[in-house]
Design a protein. Sequence first.
Length: 171
Amino acid sequence: MTGGTSGIPFAAALAAQAAGALVVGISPAMDPAEHVTDLGKPLDSNDLIVYSGLRFDGRSPLIVRSVPGMFFVGGEFGTLNEFTSAWLSGNKVLGVLEGSGGVTDQLRSLVGTIQSNWDNVVLFDSSPERLVERVCAEIDARYATIVPATEDERHQDVRDFVQRFLVQEGV
């Protein structure tokens, strides 16, 4: 999941595609024409683009609520906005690449001054490879005990709903 734009989101999307991942971009634009023509953003780095129409600041909650963890590299106020959105949505694993410049070089001191009960884990590292390993390991550990519902269990929810509807309607 990326911001569907240029720069670091573009590079991350290309790397994810090269590794065989499905890449979903959340565009700040309302449609492909605005994405390409007005904002000058690429289309080829995403397998699927959701056109939010929420501009750059409004789409951050959509991105951060869709993932269990995020990476922060360099950045400006948009990166800070995404970091705070992720922080406030809670239960996230936030990886910060130290030494990459921009706002991320300020996050350690900022996080160190704030008391939080949002159940976030913020991992700082100056090695991109090590940061990715650490964030992925933390996400895996958090979700290791969650057993996905079987197909039959998912279908049972639908059957239960239909049964309640039929009883309610007297069918």
